[in-house]
Design a binder for this molecule. Structure first.
Ligand SMILES: Nc1ncnc2c1ncn2[C@@H]1O[C@H](COP(=O)(O)OP(=O)(O)OP(=O)(O)O)[C@@H](O)[C@H]1O
Ligand SMILES: [Mg+2]
Length: 314
């Protein structure tokens, strides 16, 4: 079931059309990577979902209920981490979570239980009683996720939670999002494709105000599979030229790209482009085997998210 449905949403700022009849859905239980370049409209979309901005046309549904601009009741099941989270720096993390719990109308017992659980989930146990104004960016992002989860939302929306962090900080936030997914559907925006590949099962690439490419990441990769075959041979070294010449001579091979040879390499890799991996693959295999080379690996290459992205954005 779709927990979030965005149906034909448009948003203009004066002459500028940011969202142009944008439609997509986020299925319950998924981790959705909302990808787009700077200024593509990710933050605008998220603000519309949480009722902070009014769409010019279209509708958004969360858990089947329509989102209203302003104090929308749908926010009871949404946790939101904005792109630049603001905290009361004089509070410590526990005080801040208590404050957020009260704003959500939770009772003292639930706030206590939930705060302890969330402080552990985001790994802030050692700093829970330090003032937030002394926190690093990564610590603030962790607290931001904890704050967004205080009322046990069905949907967690994070606006670029990893963008300002170093690789270790990014890994830690991604690990938290992976843990969260057991109980909560996650929608997060980013332009870091590597982060998406690490934790998301579903993606939507926002481009020119709409989803240029979206769906299950594995399915997208397999449907956009190109006719590239990765071959690995033993041994490395002297045979590279002969092998390359042999592969290039085959009529159904359209290009041959040898892998960079490391000094201590014991095998030799080639990326070979054919007309059709399905029909030319077996022919390629039998040619190689007949010519006596030692084949160690044969794999139809999957496109990376980066290559899909560039294909869509180009
Ligand atoms: N309140 C506003 N008034 C006028 N223009 C706005 C407003 N908010 C956003 N925009 C414009 O809308 C476009 C989309 O902005 P948005 O912040 O949604 O993009 P984004 O995808 O989140 O970008 P980033 O990756 O930089 O965070 C930009 O051109 C931005 O300048
Ligand atoms: Mg943004």
């Amino acid at each position: 079931m779709a927990l979030l449905q965005i149906e034909g949403v448009s948003k203009h700022f004066g002459q500028l059309t940011v969202l142009d009849r944008l439609s997509f859905e986020v299925e319950e239980g998924s981790v959705f990577g909302f990808i787009g370049t700077n200024g593509s409209g990710k933050t605008t979309t998220m603000k519309i979902v949480v009722g902070l901005l009014k769409a010019n046309e279209g509708a958004v549904y969360v858990g089947g209920r329509k989102v209203e601009f302003g104090q929308t009741p749908t926010n009871r099941i949404i946790g939101y981490l904005p792109d630049v989270p603001e905290f009361y720096g004089f509070m410590n993390a526990l005080e801040y979570l208590r404050f957020c719990g009260k704003v959500c109308g939770m009772n003292a017992t639930d706030i206590q239980r939930k705060s302890t659980e969330l402080i552990a989930l985001v790994g802030l146990e050692q700093s829970a009683k330090r003032r937030i104004k002394g926190y690093s960016r990564g610590m603030k992002q962790r607290l931001g996720i904890a704050q967004a989860l205080i009322h046990d939302p069905a949907l967690l929306i994070c606006d670029e939670p990893t963008s300002a962090l170093d690789p270790q900080g990014r890994s830690e936030i991604l690990a938290i999002l992976s843990r969260v997914r057991e109980r909560t559907t996650v929608l997060f925006s980013t332009h870091i494709l590597n982060d998406v590949e690490r934790v998301c099962d579903t993606i939507g690439i926002l481009h020119h105000g709409n989803i240029a490419l979206g769906g299950n990441l594995e399915q997208l990769k397999s449907t956009h599979r190109r006719n590239s075959i990765y071959l690995r041979f033993a041994p490395a070294g002297s045979e590279q030229g002969t092998l390359e010449a042999k592969l290039c001579s085959l009529p159904f091979v359209t290009s041959v790209l040898p892998e960079q040879l490391e000094p201590a390499a014991t095998s030799l890799g080639f990326m070979v482009e054919v007309g059709s991996a399905q029909t030319d693959g077996p022919k390629l295999l039998s040619e190689i085997l007949a010519s006596g080379f030692t084949l160690l690996g044969y794999q139809i290459a999957e496109p990376s998210l980066e290559s899909l992205y560039l294909e869509v954005i180009a």
